[in-house]
Design a binder for this molecule. Structure first.
Ligand code: EPZ
Length: 420
């Protein structure tokens, strides 16, 4: 199994370019099923999750060409021959569940393995199903699968989301664009990835108003056409490099970003004593002063992103003072903390709160990546830990970060990937 070996190195310096957003391209690949035309998606991050999503739509009948060298994906969904998303694919990546809305809209049925929980907690899909049922789908669960069917087209409906779920907003949005009549999604998620998906759908001919606000209105249309679309930059990858620069006391410019999408991360790093300056499409991070403890509470956008929680915990482990980290989005997103503590971090977890007492140094150790953001956090800790840090199960990191070790080496990090 591949692993990373990291030695404490010099502060990171130089320039790095963020890739396209994983959490934008996955729903957009699912949305390409909504047309029998051909779509071209640019700025594709070449990640294992993207390859898995391509494998899934191919097994549904789409024809896919992933041109990794050009970060381009060409999808022809003219011939959907299957509406079953198998266990082995959904189990590998829960975002596979995002094909349910497009399959219901296009084919009138979908049979999808129920996604299990994962390393960050129980991850139900009840809000997705609430939306589909409100639009007239009959839904049954059996033998680990969810089977949804519609007699004719889905019907527009008013749907209130008890929690502004990103996935539920995306799945219902994709079901609604071909439904009969108007759908209103209330308490919708407002993440930038929702806006990017809406840009893609609108250019296909969908009639959507209000994306990026908590109320989205969709008037169903008869059909959609294939288009070309460039995916927005990955704000979480960019944020991860911002924290890597901060923890190592470095000086790095991160290009191909939307600074607005990173406001909460920039704000917290400034509070920790890091200098952040923004240009139109880049962010300059300058660290070097002693890091200060800060309190963080994760929230749906535009709050502090849960996907940056573990990276910040690594940083706060070596800040001076005590920080409080509260995770409000997922019910079990602290699994990485036991790994950080093996490196000498002083962290106490009480329910959804973690109390982090900064220490002046971490020690290299063998640790395990429990999910992709946890893995990234352990890499960041390894950059400043005394001695060598070995990180196993790095396939989690490869799911969400394109050439992570290569990009870090480019900035001067002492990290190698060892293939057994
Ligand atoms: C998306 O997951 C992202 N994944 C996650 O990124 C991200 O952490 C999350 O949104 C929150 O921002 C992709 O976009 C592929 P949710 P999603 O539905 O859609 C509860 C990463 O590291 N909920 O907004 O699954 C759920 O249990 C990944 O890149 C219900 O209760 O997140 C959770 O507590 C990790 N019922 C909360 O809502 C539902 O039907 C947020 O989940 C759906 C969700």
């Amino acid at each position: 199994m591949p692993r990373f070996l990291i030695n404490k190195g010099t502060p990171l310096r130089g320039r790095i370019r963020a890739s396209g957003a994983k959490n934008s391209v996955l729903p957009i690949i699912a949305a390409s099923l909504l047309t029998d035309g051909k779509s071209t998606i640019e700025e594709i991050p070449c990640l294992n999750d993207v390859r898995t999503m391509c494998e899934l739509i191919e097994c549904l009948g789409a024809r896919v060409r992933l041109e990794e060298g050009q970060n381009r994906l060409i999808i022809d969904s003219g011939n959907i021959t299957n509406t079953v998303a198998p266990y082995e694919l959904v189990n590998k990546m829960r975002a596979s569940f995002l094909v349910m809305g497009p399959l219901l809209a296009r084919q009138g049925m979908a049979k999808i393995s129920l996604p299990g929980g994962c390393a960050i907690g129980n991850r139900p899909v009840d809000l997705h199903l609430k939306g589909f049922a409100a639009m007239g789908a009959d839904i049954v669960q059996g033998h680990g699968y969810i089977i949804a069917k519609t007699r004719g087209r889905l019907r527009g409906s008013r749907i209130y989301l008890d929690f502004p779920s990103v996935g539920a907003t995306e799945n219902i949005l994709m079901a609604a664009v071909l439904a009969e009549g108007q759908t209103i999604i209330e308490n919708a998620a407002i993440e930038p990835e929702i806006v990017d998906l809406t840009t893609f759908l609108t250019s296909m001919g969908a009639d959507i108003k209000g994306a990026g606000t908590d109320t989205i209105r969709i008037n169903g249309v008869k059909e959609l056409k294939g288009v070309t679309h460039a995916v927005i930059p990955d704000r979480i990858e960019a944020g991860t490099f911002m924290v890597a620069t901060a923890i190592s006391g470095g000086d790095v410019i991160i290009e191909n970003v939307v600074p607005d999408h990173l406001k909460p991360v920039s704000a917290k790093l400034r509070e920790a004593g890091v200098e952040i300056s923004e240009e139109l499409t880049s962010i300059h991070v300058r660290a070097g002063k002693p890091l200060k403890a800060v309190d963080i509470k994760t929230h749906p956008y535009p709050g502090f992103p849960t996907d940056m929680q573990s990276q910040m915990a690594a940083l706060l482990s070596v800040a001076s003072g005590t920080s409080i980290l509260i995770e409000t989005v997922f019910d079990n997103r602290f699994m990485y903390i036991s790994e950080l503590k093996r490196m000498g971090a002083k962290i106490k977890v009480e329910g959804r709160s973690a109390v982090i007492e900064g220490t002046d140094k971490l020690m290299g150790a063998t640790v395990r990546a429990t999910d992709l953001r946890a893995g990234a956090a352990l890499v960041l800790a390894g950059l400043v830990a005394e001695g060598t840090t070995e990180i196993t199960d790095i396939e989690h990191i490869d799911r969400g970060y394109m050439n992570f070790d290569e990009k870090l080496r480019k900035l001067g990090a002492d990290i190698v990937r060892v293939e057994d």
